[in-house]
Write a new protein. Structure first.
Length: 483
C-alpha cells in the first residue's frame, strides 16, 4: 500500500488470493488456531488456575468452531485488504504473470480465455512468495499426509501426529495439536530439535514446550518414504532412514503426518529469460542489497525488483514488507538498504520464542574470525512482577554483544509475550544503538518490558582504550573468604 501513498500509480497481478500466503495460508489463520488452542490449554490447566483461586468445570471445544475462527479471520482480513487497495486506487488483475520485457507483463489463467491481458509499467516488483517444500518420497493427500496449507483447515484431530521438521511451523502446530488432545512425534534430520535456535534457548524451549506435553522426537533421521493412510482405518507408514549411514532404521505407524520441512520460492513460469535473468539452483531470484533483480551478467536488471520469499534473503512476511518499502525508496531515487540483521522473528507457541540477530554460537564464530570478545547477559522472567502475577515465570532473555563497542549482535527471548517484547531490541539494531544506549530507556512498572530493562542494565562493555595509555599490571586474584 506504500506505492500509491508516494504518488506511484500501482497495479497488482494476483494469481490466487489477495494477501498471499500470510493472510490466507500462513501467519493469520495459524495465529487464530494458536489463540483458540492456547485458551483451551490454559483453561484445562487446573493447577495453574487453582493457584490464582480460579475453579473451572470440564472444558470442551468444538473442532469446527475452532477451524471456522481461523478461516473467518483470514477471509475478513483478505476482504479488508482488498477493499483498502481499491480505496487507494490500486488496480487488481487476476492471473499468473510472466515477463514480456522489463516493462511489460502478460497475465492469464489456464483454460480461461476471458481472463488475461498485458500491462506496462516503468518499474516491476516480483513478490510471488513461496509454497511448502515436500521432500522426495512423500506424497501429499491433504488428509493423512499434509502440509501447513491443509493443517490450517483443521478438518480432523488425529490421535497421533508425526511432524517432519521442528522449526517454527512444526513447533506451532505441535502447540495446537497437543492442546486439542493429540500426541506428537517430531522427526528431525539433524541431531537435535529446533536446530535454528540459540542452543540455550532451545534447551529451555524443550523443557517448556516439549517435555511436559505428549511430545516425543526422533533426531538424526530422514523420513524417506511416507505412505498415505485412511483416517480411522489405515495408519500412515513412515520409513525412517539414518541421516549419516543412509540405512533404514525404523518404520513408524501414525494417524497423520504433517510435513513442515520449510518452504521453497514460487518463481516458476515468470519468463525471467525475457529480461536476461534466471533463478539460482534453489529457485530464488538473485537480487542486490537494493532489491534489484540481478541479470545473468551479474548486473542489475533496470527497473525490475524482487522482494519477499522469492528472493530468499529472509522468508518472513514482515521481512517482505520491509524489503518492499526499501525497493520503493530506491525506485523513488532515495537509496536505501535494509539491514536484515534487524528483522525480528517469532514462534507463537505458549510460551512464545522470539529473536533478532545472531545466536550465541554464531556470534562466537564471528568473534573468532574478526578477533573481538563476545559479551552475554541474561535475565529471567522469574524476577518480573508482571510475569509472576500471571504465574508465568518460566522464561528468560539473553543479549549477545561486542564487549569492545557494545554493538548488539543478537537478542533472544522465551516467555510470556516474547513476540511483542523483541521489538525494542530489533529497532535498536535497526537504528544502530548500542547496548549502552538502551540502559537509559525507561519502562513502565510493572510490565513484561522490564525483562529487557533488566537485561540491558546488566550488560557491561569494556571502557574505551586511550591512545598511549600504559597497560596496568594484571590484578592479583583475591582469595575467596570462607563462607
Amino acid at each position: 500500500m506504500v506505492l500509491p501513498c508516494v504518488g506511484l500509480k500501482t497495479c497488482i497481478i494476483e494469481g490466487h488470493d489477495i494477501g498471499g500466503t500470510c493472510v490466507n495460508r500462513g501467519c493469520v489463520p495459524s495465529k487464530a488456531l494458536l489463540a483458540a488452542s492456547g485458551r483451551i490449554r490454559e483453561m484445562q490447566n487446573e493447577m495453574h488456575l487453582k493457584a490464582m483461586g480460579i475453579q473451572v468445570g470440564s472444558v470442551s471445544f468444538d473442532r469446527q468452531g475452532v477451524a471456522d475462527h481461523a478461516s473467518q479471520l483470514a477471509s475478513n482480513i483478505q476482504g479488508n485488504l482488498k477493499n483498502s487497495l481499491v480505496a487507494i486506487g490500486v488496480d487488481i488483475h487476476v492471473g499468473m504473470a510472466k515477463f514480456v520485457d522489463n516493462h511489460t507483463i502478460a497475465y492469464g489463467l489456464p483454460g480461461r480465455v476471458d481472463v488475461g491481458g498485458q500491462v506496462t509499467a516503468k518499474d516491476v516488483i516480483i513478490a510471488t512468495g513461496s509454497v511448502p517444500f515436500v521432500p522426495p518420497g512423500i506424497k501429499i493427500d491433504g488428509k493423512t499426509v499434509f502440509t501447513s496449507d491443509h493443517a490450517l483447515k483443521l478438518e480432523w484431530i488425529p490421535e497421533w501426529v508425526a511432524i517432519i521438521g521442528s522449526g517454527y511451523i512444526g513447533l506451532e502446530f505441535s502447540d495446537v495439536y497437543t492442546a486439542l488432545g493429540s500426541e506428537v512425534t517430531f522427526i528431525e534430520a539433524v541431531d537435535k530439535i529446533m536446530p535454528g535456535f540459540d542452543n540455550e534457548i532451545a534447551r529451555l524451549a524443550q523443557r517448556t514446550l516439549i517435555t511436559p506435553r505428549n511430545i516425543d522426537f526422533r533426531t538424526g533421521v530422514l523420513a524417506t518414504n511416507v505412505k498415505q493412510g485412511v483416517p480411522g482405518v489405515k495408519p500412515v507408514e513412515i520409513e525412517l532412514t539414518d541421516f549419516n549411514t543412509k540405512e533404514v532404521v525404523d518404520v513408524m505407524e501414525v494417524d497423520a503426518c504433517l510435513v513442515a520441512t520449510g518452504r521453497v520460492p514460487f518463481t516458476q513460469g515468470l519468463s525471467l529469460d525475457k529480461i536476461g535473468a534466471e533463478t539460482d539452483r534453489r529457485g530464488f531470484v538473485p537480487v542486490t542489497d537494493k532489491m534489484e533483480v540481478l541479470g545473468k551478467d551479474g548486473k542489475p536488471v533496470p527497473h525490475v525488483y524482487c522482494i519477499g520469499d522469492a528472493n530468499g534473503k529472509y522468508m518472513l512476511a514482515h521481512a517482505a514488507s520491509a524489503q518492499g518499502i526499501s525497493a520503493i525508496e530506491n525506485i523513488k531515487g532515495r537509496p536505501h538498504v535494509l539491514n536484515h540483521n534487524s528483522v525480528p522473528a517469532a514462534c507463537f507457541t505458549h510460551p512464545e520464542v522470539s529473536f533478532v540477530g545472531l545466536t550465541e554460537e554464531q556470534a562466537r564464530e564471528k568473534a573468532e574470525e574478526e578477533k573481538f570478545e563476545v559479551g552475554v547477559v541474561k535475565t529471567s522472567f522469574k524476577a518480573n512482577s508482571k510475569a509472576l502475577a500471571e504465574l508465568e515465570g518460566d522464561g528468560m532473555a539473553k543479549a549477545i554483544f561486542r564487549k569492545d563497542t557494545g554493538e548488539i549482535l543478537g537478542v533472544w527471548i522465551i516467555g510470556l509475550h516474547a513476540a511483542d517484547l523483541i521489538h525494542e531490541a530489533s529497532n535498536a539494531v535497526a537504528t544502530n544503538q548500542t547496548i549502552q544506549d538502551l540502559k537509559f530507556n525507561v519502562h513502565a512498572h510493572p510490565t513484561l518490558s522490564e525483562v529487557l530493562d533488566e537485561l540491558f542494565k546488566h550488560a557491561e562493555v569494556d571502557p574505551p582504550k586511550q591512545a598511549g595509555a600504559k597497560k596496568s599490571p594484571p590484578a592479583k586474584s583475591a582469595a575467596a573468604a570462607p563462607a
